[in-house]
Design a protein around this ligand. Structure first.
Ligand code: PMP
Length: 295
C-alpha cells in the first residue's frame, strides 16, 4: 500500500520524488510563454482498487498537443508514470495532472521564441481532493470573452491557451456566477471554460458541437452512453432547452440550474445520466469496463 503523508510524491523526469524537493528554474520557457501541455484525468475507487478512466485517450490528446510544440512525448512512459504515481501515493479517488513543458536552453537563457534545443520535461501529480462543478447545480453566464478560435489556437490542452478560460472564469465569478459559457460571434454555443455543453429537449439529448471547443473525452463518453446527436446549437436554443448540463473529467456530469436569467428546473434526465456516469467510472457497468485501467 502507498504512503500517506503531507508531502505527496510526484513523478518528475523519470522518477518519483517528494514534491517539496522539486524545483524548476525561473528561466523556464513554459513560465514565460505557456509552452506546455497538460491533461486532466480521473482515477476512481472501484471494487478492484483504483482505476483510471480512459487513460489512453487522455494521453493521446496530450501527445497531439506535445507534437505541436515539438515536445517528444512517450505515451507508454506517461501511462506507466501515471499508474506509478497513483500507487506510490495510495490515491484512489483522485485527479491526475500530467504536464509536459519546455524548460531552458543550454545557456540557461530562454527568452527567444525558437523552441528547438530547449530542455523538455514531464511530471505527474495526483491530487486526492477533487474540486470542480461536480455535484453542484451550477449557474452559467454567457462570457463577454470569445473562445480562442481553432484557427489561432487548436483546441488542445496547451497551457498558454488556458488564459482564455481563466479570463472567462474570472469574469463570471466576479459577476456572481459559477462558470462561463463561450458563445461565438454568430451566436453559436462553443463550450465552458473547462467542460463541454449538452442540452435536453423533449427527452432528447444533444451534444453541442463547435470547432473551437475541446473534443472532450467525457463528451464522447456521454454520447456513447446516451446516443446523443452532436450538432451546432445556438445560444437561443440553449435558453429554450428543458435541461442543460456540462461535462468534463473534473466536472463529470454537472446539471446547470441557470443560464443568466433563465432558470432550469429539476434536470431529471441529467440526474439519471449523472448516476449512470458515476456507475460507469466506478466499474459498476461491466459493458463499459474497457474504459478503465486498473492501477
Ligand atoms: N473543454 C475544456 C476547455 C476543457 O478544459 C475540458 C477539460 N479537459 C473539457 C472541455 C472537457 O474535456 P474532458 O471531458 O476530456 O475532460
Amino acid at each position: 500500500e502507498g504512503r500517506r503523508t503531507d508531502t505527496p510524491l510526484l513523478w518528475f523526469d523519470g522518477e518519483l520524488a517528494s514534491a517539496d524537493t522539486l524545483q524548476a528554474p525561473l528561466t523556464t520557457h513554459a513560465m514565460h510563454y505557456g509552452t506546455g501541455v497538460f491533461e486532466g484525468i480521473r482515477s476512481y475507487a472501484t471494487r478492484d482498487g483504483a482505476a483510471v478512466f480512459r487513460l489512453p485517450e487522455h494521453l493521446e490528446r496530450m501527445r497531439k498537443g506535445a507534437e505541436l510544440l515539438g515536445i517528444e512525448f512517450d505515451v507508454q512512459q506517461a501511462f506507466d508514470a501515471t499508474l506509478e504515481t497513483l500507487r506510490a501515493n495510495g490515491h484512489r479517488d483522485a485527479y491526475v495532472r500530467p504536464l509536459t513543458w519546455l524548460g531552458t536552453g543550454a545557456d540557461g537563457i530562454t527568452v527567444g521564441l525558437d523552441v528547438p534545443g530547449l530542455s523538455q520535461h514531464f511530471m505527474v501529480v495526483t491530487l486526492p481532493t477533487i474540486v470542480h462543478l461536480n455535484g453542484k447545480r451550477a449557474r452559467l453566464t454567457v462570457s463577454p470573452w470569445r473562445r480562442n478560435p481553432a484557427t489561432s489556437l487548436p483546441p488542445l490542452k496547451l497551457c498558454g491557451a488556458y488564459i482564455n478560460s481563466i479570463l472567462a472564469k474570472r469574469e463570471s465569478r466576479l459577476r456572481g456566477f459559477d462558470e462561463a459559457l463561450f458563445v461565438d460571434d454568430e451566436g453559436m454555443v462553443v463550450e465552458c471554460t473547462g467542460a463541454n455543453v449538452f442540452m435536453v429537449r423533449n427527452g432528447e439529448v444533444t451534444a453541442v458541437e463547435h470547432r473551437d471547443a475541446l473534443p472532450g473525452i467525457t463528451r464522447d463518453t456521454v454520447i456513447a452512453l446516451t446516443g446523443a446527436q452532436s450538432r451546432a446549437v445556438t445560444h437561443h436554443e440553449l435558453l429554450d432547452a428543458d435541461e442543460v448540463f456540462v461535462c468534463g473529467t473534473a466536472a463529470e456530469v454537472a446539471p446547470i440550474c441557470a443560464l443568466d436569467r433563465r432558470e432550469f428546473g429539476d434536470n431529471p434526465v441529467t440526474r439519471e445520466l449523472q448516476a449512470l456516469y458515476a456507475r460507469v467510472v466506478r466499474g459498476e457497468e461491466s459493458s463499459r469496463a474497457a474504459w478503465l485501467t486498473t492501477v
